[in-house]
Design a protein around this ligand. Sequence first.
Ligand code: ZN
Length: 489
Amino acid sequence: MIADGAGANTLEATRLYLQGLQPGDARGGAVGSLVVDGPGFTNAMQSVYPLDTRTVPGSDEQNPDVVYDPAQNYDATPVAGTNAAGYQRGFAGYDWNRATYPDSGNTASAISDGQKTYNNAINVDGSGDAQRSTAELAHSLGKATGVVSTVQFSDATPAAGGGAHNVARSNAQDIAAEMFGAGVLDVIAGTGNPDYNDDGQLRATPNYQWVGPEVWNALRDGSYASSDGGTWDLLQDRAEIIAAGSGEPTDERLAMLVQAFTGSNFYRSGASPAGETEIPFSVPRLDTSPTLTELSAAALNRLNADEDGLYISIEGGAVDRAMHANNFGRMIEEYIEFNDAVQYVVDWVGSGESRATWADTLLIVTADHDHLLFGPDGATIPYQSVLPDQDGDGVPEYAWFSNNHSNQLVPLYTAGANAEDTLALSDQRDVVLNAEGQAVAGSGRTYTDEAELGRYVLEQFQLGETIDWNSTAERVLANYAETGQWFFS
Ligand SMILES: [Zn+2]
Protein backbone atom coordinates (compact mmCIF):
# COMPACT_ATOMS: atom_id res chain seq x y z
CA MET A 1 0.00 0.00 0.00
CA ILE A 2 1.58 3.23 -1.22
CA ALA A 3 0.48 6.70 -0.16
CA ASP A 4 1.96 8.62 -3.09
CA GLY A 5 4.13 11.51 -1.95
CA ALA A 6 3.51 10.92 1.77
CA GLY A 7 6.58 11.68 3.86
CA ALA A 8 7.03 11.78 7.61
CA ASN A 9 5.36 15.20 7.86
CA THR A 10 2.32 14.05 5.87
CA LEU A 11 1.75 11.31 8.41
CA GLU A 12 2.46 13.64 11.32
CA ALA A 13 0.02 16.24 9.97
CA THR A 14 -2.69 13.59 9.71
CA ARG A 15 -1.97 12.30 13.22
CA LEU A 16 -2.18 15.82 14.67
CA TYR A 17 -5.40 16.54 12.78
CA LEU A 18 -7.02 13.30 13.96
CA GLN A 19 -5.87 13.93 17.54
CA GLY A 20 -7.58 17.33 17.43
CA LEU A 21 -10.96 15.82 16.55
CA GLN A 22 -13.58 15.20 19.20
CA PRO A 23 -14.68 11.60 19.86
CA GLY A 24 -17.77 10.99 17.77
CA ASP A 25 -16.61 13.33 15.01
CA ALA A 26 -17.67 12.44 11.48
CA ARG A 27 -14.20 10.91 11.05
CA GLY A 28 -14.94 8.87 14.19
CA GLY A 29 -13.11 5.63 14.70
CA ALA A 30 -9.85 6.98 13.41
CA VAL A 31 -9.26 9.53 16.16
CA GLY A 32 -5.82 9.62 17.71
CA SER A 33 -3.35 7.81 15.57
CA LEU A 34 -2.68 6.05 12.32
CA VAL A 35 -3.22 2.34 11.76
CA VAL A 36 0.53 1.90 11.21
CA ASP A 37 1.17 3.30 14.71
CA GLY A 38 -0.70 0.34 16.16
CA PRO A 39 0.54 -3.08 17.26
CA GLY A 40 2.04 -5.47 14.76
CA PHE A 41 3.75 -2.94 12.50
CA THR A 42 7.50 -2.58 12.10
CA ASN A 43 8.76 0.97 11.67
CA ALA A 44 11.74 2.03 9.53
CA MET A 45 12.45 4.26 6.54
CA GLN A 46 13.61 3.80 2.95
CA SER A 47 15.58 5.87 0.48
CA VAL A 48 14.00 6.83 -2.83
CA TYR A 49 16.68 8.39 -5.05
CA PRO A 50 16.50 7.83 -8.83
CA LEU A 51 19.08 6.35 -11.16
CA ASP A 52 21.03 9.29 -12.57
CA THR A 53 24.00 8.54 -14.80
CA ARG A 54 23.86 11.69 -16.89
CA THR A 55 26.34 13.79 -14.97
CA VAL A 56 29.36 11.51 -15.20
CA PRO A 57 30.02 11.72 -18.97
CA GLY A 58 30.93 8.50 -20.72
CA SER A 59 30.23 6.27 -17.76
CA ASP A 60 27.25 4.48 -16.32
CA GLU A 61 28.11 5.55 -12.80
CA GLN A 62 25.53 6.99 -10.48
CA ASN A 63 25.80 10.73 -9.96
CA PRO A 64 27.31 10.81 -6.45
CA ASP A 65 25.17 13.83 -5.52
CA VAL A 66 21.94 11.97 -6.26
CA VAL A 67 22.28 9.03 -3.88
CA TYR A 68 20.69 9.49 -0.46
CA ASP A 69 23.33 11.17 1.71
CA PRO A 70 22.40 12.15 5.29
CA ALA A 71 25.12 14.82 5.34
CA GLN A 72 23.67 16.54 2.26
CA ASN A 73 20.07 16.05 3.35
CA TYR A 74 20.66 17.61 6.77
CA ASP A 75 23.08 20.31 5.61
CA ALA A 76 21.77 23.21 7.73
CA THR A 77 23.88 25.90 6.09
CA PRO A 78 21.41 28.80 5.77
CA VAL A 79 20.58 29.91 2.21
CA ALA A 80 18.93 33.31 1.92
CA GLY A 81 16.21 34.34 -0.49
CA THR A 82 13.65 32.55 -2.59
CA ASN A 83 14.06 30.21 -5.56
CA ALA A 84 12.59 30.65 -9.05
CA ALA A 85 9.34 29.00 -7.96
CA GLY A 86 8.98 31.53 -5.15
CA TYR A 87 9.76 29.28 -2.18
CA GLN A 88 12.13 30.23 0.63
CA ARG A 89 15.36 28.37 0.05
CA GLY A 90 15.98 27.91 3.76
CA PHE A 91 18.99 25.60 3.95
CA ALA A 92 21.49 23.90 1.69
CA GLY A 93 19.80 20.58 2.47
CA TYR A 94 16.50 21.87 1.09
CA ASP A 95 18.26 22.97 -2.11
CA TRP A 96 19.83 19.51 -2.42
CA ASN A 97 16.41 17.91 -2.09
CA ARG A 98 14.97 20.17 -4.77
CA ALA A 99 17.77 19.19 -7.14
CA THR A 100 17.83 15.41 -6.66
CA TYR A 101 14.20 14.31 -6.40
CA PRO A 102 12.77 11.12 -7.94
CA ASP A 103 9.30 10.68 -9.45
CA SER A 104 6.64 8.03 -9.01
CA GLY A 105 7.82 6.12 -12.08
CA ASN A 106 11.26 5.14 -10.88
CA THR A 107 10.28 4.82 -7.22
CA ALA A 108 7.28 2.55 -7.81
CA SER A 109 9.35 0.59 -10.35
CA ALA A 110 12.10 0.04 -7.77
CA ILE A 111 9.58 -1.35 -5.28
CA SER A 112 7.97 -3.44 -8.04
CA ASP A 113 11.02 -4.88 -9.83
CA GLY A 114 13.96 -4.32 -7.49
CA GLN A 115 15.99 -2.09 -9.84
CA LYS A 116 16.89 1.58 -9.65
CA THR A 117 15.88 3.41 -12.80
CA TYR A 118 15.51 6.94 -14.15
CA ASN A 119 12.63 9.35 -13.59
CA ASN A 120 9.58 8.54 -15.76
CA ALA A 121 10.54 4.87 -16.32
CA ILE A 122 7.99 2.08 -15.74
CA ASN A 123 9.59 -1.31 -14.94
CA VAL A 124 12.47 -0.78 -17.37
CA ASP A 125 16.11 -0.35 -16.36
CA GLY A 126 18.45 2.50 -17.25
CA SER A 127 18.86 1.10 -20.76
CA GLY A 128 15.11 0.84 -21.30
CA ASP A 129 15.14 -2.96 -20.99
CA ALA A 130 12.07 -4.53 -19.39
CA GLN A 131 12.39 -5.75 -15.82
CA ARG A 132 10.20 -8.48 -14.37
CA SER A 133 7.84 -7.13 -11.79
CA THR A 134 6.28 -8.59 -8.68
CA ALA A 135 2.87 -8.57 -10.38
CA GLU A 136 4.21 -10.75 -13.20
CA LEU A 137 5.98 -13.08 -10.77
CA ALA A 138 2.83 -13.47 -8.68
CA HIS A 139 0.82 -14.18 -11.81
CA SER A 140 3.39 -16.76 -12.96
CA LEU A 141 2.93 -18.50 -9.61
CA GLY A 142 -0.80 -18.77 -10.23
CA LYS A 143 -1.75 -16.04 -7.78
CA ALA A 144 -4.44 -13.45 -8.37
CA THR A 145 -3.14 -9.93 -8.97
CA GLY A 146 -4.64 -6.48 -8.79
CA VAL A 147 -3.95 -2.78 -8.72
CA VAL A 148 -6.13 -0.07 -7.14
CA SER A 149 -5.69 3.71 -7.05
CA THR A 150 -7.55 6.95 -6.29
CA VAL A 151 -5.95 8.48 -9.41
CA GLN A 152 -5.51 7.42 -13.04
CA PHE A 153 -5.04 3.63 -13.20
CA SER A 154 -2.46 3.98 -15.99
CA ASP A 155 -0.36 6.65 -14.28
CA ALA A 156 3.06 5.81 -12.86
CA THR A 157 2.43 4.09 -9.52
CA PRO A 158 -0.38 1.73 -10.54
CA ALA A 159 1.35 1.13 -13.89
CA ALA A 160 4.54 0.00 -12.14
CA GLY A 161 2.70 -1.87 -9.39
CA GLY A 162 0.53 -3.49 -12.06
CA GLY A 163 3.52 -4.88 -13.95
CA ALA A 164 3.42 -2.67 -17.04
CA HIS A 165 6.62 -1.70 -18.87
CA ASN A 166 7.35 1.51 -20.66
CA VAL A 167 10.29 3.82 -21.25
CA ALA A 168 8.01 6.78 -20.38
CA ARG A 169 5.03 7.07 -18.05
CA SER A 170 3.49 9.60 -20.43
CA ASN A 171 2.71 6.75 -22.88
CA ALA A 172 -0.41 6.14 -20.83
CA GLN A 173 -2.58 4.64 -23.59
CA ASP A 174 0.10 2.01 -24.30
CA ILE A 175 0.43 1.34 -20.58
CA ALA A 176 -3.34 0.93 -20.27
CA ALA A 177 -3.37 -1.44 -23.23
CA GLU A 178 -0.64 -3.55 -21.64
CA MET A 179 -2.38 -3.61 -18.26
CA PHE A 180 -5.66 -4.81 -19.77
CA GLY A 181 -4.16 -6.94 -22.53
CA ALA A 182 -1.14 -8.75 -21.11
CA GLY A 183 -3.13 -11.20 -19.04
CA VAL A 184 -1.18 -10.43 -15.85
CA LEU A 185 -3.80 -8.48 -13.88
CA ASP A 186 -7.14 -9.74 -12.56
CA VAL A 187 -8.28 -6.41 -11.12
CA ILE A 188 -7.66 -2.83 -12.30
CA ALA A 189 -9.24 0.08 -10.42
CA GLY A 190 -8.79 3.82 -10.56
CA THR A 191 -9.76 6.97 -12.41
CA GLY A 192 -8.96 7.95 -15.98
CA ASN A 193 -12.53 7.25 -17.11
CA PRO A 194 -12.80 8.97 -20.53
CA ASP A 195 -16.49 9.80 -20.10
CA TYR A 196 -16.41 11.74 -16.81
CA ASN A 197 -14.96 14.95 -15.47
CA ASP A 198 -13.50 15.55 -12.01
CA ASP A 199 -16.88 16.42 -10.48
CA GLY A 200 -18.30 13.03 -11.42
CA GLN A 201 -20.31 14.41 -14.34
CA LEU A 202 -20.57 13.03 -17.88
CA ARG A 203 -18.50 14.94 -20.43
CA ALA A 204 -19.74 16.12 -23.79
CA THR A 205 -16.70 14.61 -25.53
CA PRO A 206 -14.68 11.65 -24.20
CA ASN A 207 -11.05 12.22 -23.19
CA TYR A 208 -8.92 9.18 -24.00
CA GLN A 209 -5.68 10.39 -22.34
CA TRP A 210 -5.51 7.46 -19.89
CA VAL A 211 -7.08 4.65 -21.96
CA GLY A 212 -7.38 4.60 -25.73
CA PRO A 213 -10.74 4.44 -27.54
CA GLU A 214 -10.26 0.87 -28.84
CA VAL A 215 -9.68 -0.57 -25.38
CA TRP A 216 -12.31 1.62 -23.74
CA ASN A 217 -15.08 0.93 -26.24
CA ALA A 218 -14.41 -2.82 -26.12
CA LEU A 219 -14.47 -2.77 -22.31
CA ARG A 220 -17.76 -0.89 -22.37
CA ASP A 221 -19.50 -3.27 -24.77
CA GLY A 222 -18.03 -6.36 -23.09
CA SER A 223 -16.07 -7.53 -26.12
CA TYR A 224 -12.56 -6.95 -24.76
CA ALA A 225 -10.41 -10.07 -24.32
CA SER A 226 -6.88 -10.21 -22.93
CA SER A 227 -4.08 -12.00 -24.76
CA ASP A 228 -4.95 -15.19 -22.88
CA GLY A 229 -8.66 -14.92 -23.72
CA GLY A 230 -9.66 -13.54 -20.31
CA THR A 231 -12.59 -11.13 -20.39
CA TRP A 232 -13.28 -8.07 -18.26
CA ASP A 233 -16.32 -7.03 -16.27
CA LEU A 234 -16.43 -3.19 -16.22
CA LEU A 235 -17.94 -1.33 -13.25
CA GLN A 236 -18.24 2.47 -13.11
CA ASP A 237 -21.18 3.10 -10.80
CA ARG A 238 -20.31 3.51 -7.13
CA ALA A 239 -23.24 1.39 -5.89
CA GLU A 240 -22.17 -1.50 -8.13
CA ILE A 241 -18.59 -1.21 -6.87
CA ILE A 242 -19.78 -1.28 -3.25
CA ALA A 243 -21.91 -4.34 -4.04
CA ALA A 244 -18.84 -6.08 -5.51
CA GLY A 245 -17.15 -5.84 -2.11
CA SER A 246 -19.08 -8.81 -0.76
CA GLY A 247 -20.81 -11.93 -1.98
CA GLU A 248 -19.86 -14.14 -4.89
CA PRO A 249 -17.35 -12.33 -7.13
CA THR A 250 -17.48 -12.26 -10.91
CA ASP A 251 -15.63 -15.02 -12.83
CA GLU A 252 -14.29 -12.38 -15.17
CA ARG A 253 -11.44 -10.00 -14.53
CA LEU A 254 -12.69 -6.90 -12.76
CA ALA A 255 -12.17 -3.36 -14.10
CA MET A 256 -13.40 -0.51 -11.92
CA LEU A 257 -13.07 2.83 -13.70
CA VAL A 258 -14.75 5.19 -11.31
CA GLN A 259 -16.79 8.14 -12.59
CA ALA A 260 -13.90 10.61 -12.46
CA PHE A 261 -11.11 11.62 -14.79
CA THR A 262 -8.03 12.64 -12.79
CA GLY A 263 -8.71 11.81 -9.16
CA SER A 264 -11.61 10.28 -7.27
CA ASN A 265 -11.99 13.39 -5.05
CA PHE A 266 -8.96 15.64 -4.94
CA TYR A 267 -9.80 17.61 -8.11
CA ARG A 268 -13.46 18.28 -7.27
CA SER A 269 -14.61 21.91 -7.51
CA GLY A 270 -14.58 24.21 -4.52
CA ALA A 271 -10.92 24.15 -3.51
CA SER A 272 -9.73 27.05 -1.40
CA PRO A 273 -7.62 29.63 -3.27
CA ALA A 274 -3.89 28.93 -3.39
CA GLY A 275 -2.21 30.11 -0.22
CA GLU A 276 -5.30 29.68 1.97
CA THR A 277 -5.78 26.68 4.22
CA GLU A 278 -8.71 24.48 3.24
CA ILE A 279 -10.33 22.80 6.23
CA PRO A 280 -10.43 19.03 5.56
CA PHE A 281 -13.87 17.79 4.47
CA SER A 282 -15.29 21.36 4.34
CA VAL A 283 -16.08 20.76 0.66
CA PRO A 284 -18.19 17.56 0.56
CA ARG A 285 -16.50 14.63 -1.11
CA LEU A 286 -18.19 13.27 -4.22
CA ASP A 287 -21.11 10.87 -3.75
CA THR A 288 -20.27 9.41 -7.15
CA SER A 289 -16.75 8.32 -6.23
CA PRO A 290 -16.15 5.12 -4.27
CA THR A 291 -13.70 5.45 -1.40
CA LEU A 292 -10.32 3.75 -1.57
CA THR A 293 -11.73 1.32 1.02
CA GLU A 294 -14.71 0.49 -1.21
CA LEU A 295 -12.43 -0.08 -4.21
CA SER A 296 -10.06 -2.20 -2.11
CA ALA A 297 -12.94 -4.28 -0.74
CA ALA A 298 -14.22 -5.06 -4.24
CA ALA A 299 -10.70 -5.85 -5.43
CA LEU A 300 -9.91 -8.14 -2.50
CA ASN A 301 -13.26 -9.92 -2.78
CA ARG A 302 -12.44 -10.71 -6.40
CA LEU A 303 -8.82 -11.75 -5.74
CA ASN A 304 -9.90 -13.91 -2.81
CA ALA A 305 -11.56 -16.30 -5.28
CA ASP A 306 -8.09 -17.63 -6.13
CA GLU A 307 -6.93 -20.24 -3.64
CA ASP A 308 -3.26 -19.76 -4.60
CA GLY A 309 -3.05 -16.37 -2.90
CA LEU A 310 -2.80 -12.82 -4.12
CA TYR A 311 -0.68 -9.76 -4.84
CA ILE A 312 -2.28 -6.34 -4.75
CA SER A 313 -0.92 -2.79 -5.00
CA ILE A 314 -3.20 -0.18 -3.41
CA GLU A 315 -2.32 3.48 -3.94
CA GLY A 316 -3.55 6.59 -2.18
CA GLY A 317 -2.58 8.49 -5.30
CA ALA A 318 -4.01 11.92 -4.60
CA VAL A 319 -1.94 12.57 -1.47
CA ASP A 320 0.79 13.51 -3.95
CA ARG A 321 -1.56 15.67 -6.04
CA ALA A 322 -2.62 17.65 -2.97
CA MET A 323 1.04 18.19 -2.03
CA HIS A 324 1.92 19.42 -5.54
CA ALA A 325 -0.94 21.91 -5.17
CA ASN A 326 0.28 22.81 -1.65
CA ASN A 327 -3.29 22.04 -0.50
CA PHE A 328 -2.57 20.94 3.06
CA GLY A 329 -6.24 20.31 3.96
CA ARG A 330 -6.93 18.01 1.03
CA MET A 331 -3.58 16.29 1.66
CA ILE A 332 -4.88 15.35 5.10
CA GLU A 333 -8.21 14.21 3.59
CA GLU A 334 -6.43 11.98 1.13
CA TYR A 335 -4.12 10.47 3.75
CA ILE A 336 -7.15 9.73 5.95
CA GLU A 337 -8.74 8.03 2.94
CA PHE A 338 -5.58 5.93 2.62
CA ASN A 339 -5.39 5.22 6.36
CA ASP A 340 -9.00 4.01 6.31
CA ALA A 341 -8.08 1.59 3.52
CA VAL A 342 -5.10 0.32 5.55
CA GLN A 343 -7.53 -0.39 8.39
CA TYR A 344 -9.82 -2.27 6.01
CA VAL A 345 -6.96 -4.42 4.72
CA VAL A 346 -5.72 -5.18 8.24
CA ASP A 347 -9.23 -6.24 9.28
CA TRP A 348 -9.75 -8.23 6.08
CA VAL A 349 -6.55 -10.25 6.43
CA GLY A 350 -7.49 -11.02 10.03
CA SER A 351 -11.08 -11.97 9.21
CA GLY A 352 -12.47 -15.39 8.38
CA GLU A 353 -13.81 -13.97 5.13
CA SER A 354 -10.36 -13.89 3.50
CA ARG A 355 -8.18 -16.82 2.53
CA ALA A 356 -5.22 -14.66 3.61
CA THR A 357 -3.87 -14.95 7.15
CA TRP A 358 -1.15 -13.03 8.96
CA ALA A 359 0.94 -16.21 8.86
CA ASP A 360 1.14 -16.13 5.06
CA THR A 361 0.59 -12.47 4.17
CA LEU A 362 3.04 -9.57 4.20
CA LEU A 363 1.52 -6.09 4.26
CA ILE A 364 3.78 -3.16 3.34
CA VAL A 365 2.58 0.39 4.01
CA THR A 366 4.90 3.03 2.62
CA ALA A 367 5.27 5.91 0.17
CA ASP A 368 7.09 6.22 -3.10
CA HIS A 369 8.69 9.60 -2.29
CA ASP A 370 8.21 12.71 -0.17
CA HIS A 371 7.71 16.41 -0.92
CA LEU A 372 9.24 19.38 0.97
CA LEU A 373 6.80 20.09 3.80
CA PHE A 374 7.93 21.28 7.24
CA GLY A 375 6.72 23.21 10.26
CA PRO A 376 5.73 26.89 10.09
CA ASP A 377 9.27 28.05 11.01
CA GLY A 378 10.98 25.60 8.67
CA ALA A 379 12.82 28.45 6.93
CA THR A 380 14.79 29.22 10.10
CA ILE A 381 14.59 25.90 12.01
CA PRO A 382 16.00 23.15 9.78
CA TYR A 383 13.65 20.19 9.29
CA GLN A 384 11.12 21.50 11.79
CA SER A 385 8.21 19.07 12.06
CA VAL A 386 4.63 20.22 11.41
CA LEU A 387 3.14 21.49 14.68
CA PRO A 388 -0.22 21.10 16.46
CA ASP A 389 -2.93 23.65 15.56
CA GLN A 390 -2.27 27.05 17.10
CA ASP A 391 -4.99 29.28 15.58
CA GLY A 392 -8.06 27.21 16.41
CA ASP A 393 -9.05 25.99 12.92
CA GLY A 394 -8.21 22.38 13.82
CA VAL A 395 -5.52 22.21 11.16
CA PRO A 396 -1.86 21.69 12.15
CA GLU A 397 0.70 24.43 11.40
CA TYR A 398 2.98 23.97 8.39
CA ALA A 399 4.96 25.57 5.58
CA TRP A 400 5.70 24.36 2.03
CA PHE A 401 9.19 24.63 0.55
CA SER A 402 8.44 23.30 -2.93
CA ASN A 403 5.61 22.24 -5.19
CA ASN A 404 7.57 19.19 -6.24
CA HIS A 405 9.10 16.03 -4.80
CA SER A 406 12.11 15.65 -2.53
CA ASN A 407 14.81 13.06 -1.98
CA GLN A 408 14.08 12.57 1.74
CA LEU A 409 13.61 9.14 3.28
CA VAL A 410 10.00 7.91 3.45
CA PRO A 411 8.31 5.88 6.19
CA LEU A 412 8.23 2.10 5.77
CA TYR A 413 5.85 0.02 7.88
CA THR A 414 5.31 -3.71 7.51
CA ALA A 415 3.11 -6.29 9.22
CA GLY A 416 2.54 -10.01 8.94
CA ALA A 417 4.65 -12.84 7.58
CA ASN A 418 8.39 -12.19 7.96
CA ALA A 419 7.72 -8.50 8.52
CA GLU A 420 10.64 -8.28 10.95
CA ASP A 421 12.99 -9.15 8.06
CA THR A 422 12.34 -5.67 6.69
CA LEU A 423 13.93 -4.28 9.86
CA ALA A 424 17.03 -6.34 9.12
CA LEU A 425 17.01 -4.88 5.60
CA SER A 426 16.97 -1.41 7.15
CA ASP A 427 20.64 -1.54 8.10
CA GLN A 428 21.68 2.00 7.13
CA ARG A 429 21.54 4.80 9.68
CA ASP A 430 20.32 8.27 8.84
CA VAL A 431 22.58 10.02 11.30
CA VAL A 432 24.24 13.42 11.25
CA LEU A 433 25.86 14.62 14.48
CA ASN A 434 25.99 18.20 15.64
CA ALA A 435 28.98 19.85 17.34
CA GLU A 436 27.89 18.37 20.67
CA GLY A 437 27.89 14.87 19.16
CA GLN A 438 24.11 14.51 19.15
CA ALA A 439 21.94 13.47 16.20
CA VAL A 440 20.49 16.56 14.51
CA ALA A 441 16.72 17.06 14.44
CA GLY A 442 14.94 14.61 12.17
CA SER A 443 17.91 12.27 11.83
CA GLY A 444 18.70 9.09 13.72
CA ARG A 445 16.45 6.60 11.95
CA THR A 446 17.33 3.33 10.25
CA TYR A 447 16.59 2.83 6.57
CA THR A 448 16.69 0.54 3.60
CA ASP A 449 16.19 1.44 -0.06
CA GLU A 450 13.21 0.91 -2.35
CA ALA A 451 15.15 -1.33 -4.74
CA GLU A 452 16.32 -3.46 -1.81
CA LEU A 453 12.73 -3.74 -0.62
CA GLY A 454 11.60 -4.66 -4.13
CA ARG A 455 14.18 -7.46 -4.36
CA TYR A 456 13.11 -8.68 -0.93
CA VAL A 457 9.46 -8.86 -1.99
CA LEU A 458 10.38 -10.76 -5.17
CA GLU A 459 12.34 -13.22 -2.99
CA GLN A 460 9.42 -13.65 -0.61
CA PHE A 461 7.14 -14.71 -3.45
CA GLN A 462 9.71 -17.25 -4.61
CA LEU A 463 10.25 -18.96 -1.24
CA GLY A 464 9.68 -22.67 -1.75
CA GLU A 465 8.32 -22.13 -5.25
CA THR A 466 9.45 -23.37 -8.63
CA ILE A 467 9.30 -20.36 -10.89
CA ASP A 468 7.97 -20.76 -14.40
CA TRP A 469 8.67 -17.34 -15.83
CA ASN A 470 7.87 -18.77 -19.21
CA SER A 471 4.31 -17.65 -18.87
CA THR A 472 2.65 -14.34 -19.49
CA ALA A 473 5.67 -12.27 -18.61
CA GLU A 474 7.80 -14.10 -21.17
CA ARG A 475 5.14 -13.74 -23.81
CA VAL A 476 4.88 -10.03 -23.13
CA LEU A 477 8.63 -9.65 -23.48
CA ALA A 478 8.73 -11.78 -26.65
CA ASN A 479 5.87 -9.82 -28.14
CA TYR A 480 7.76 -6.60 -27.43
CA ALA A 481 10.91 -7.95 -29.09
CA GLU A 482 8.89 -8.89 -32.16
CA THR A 483 6.49 -5.98 -32.54
CA GLY A 484 7.92 -3.15 -30.46
CA GLN A 485 4.64 -3.03 -28.54
CA TRP A 486 4.09 -3.85 -24.92
CA PHE A 487 0.63 -5.17 -25.58
CA PHE A 488 -0.94 -7.66 -27.92
CA SER A 489 -2.87 -6.27 -30.84
ZN1 ZN B 1 4.11 13.79 -7.67
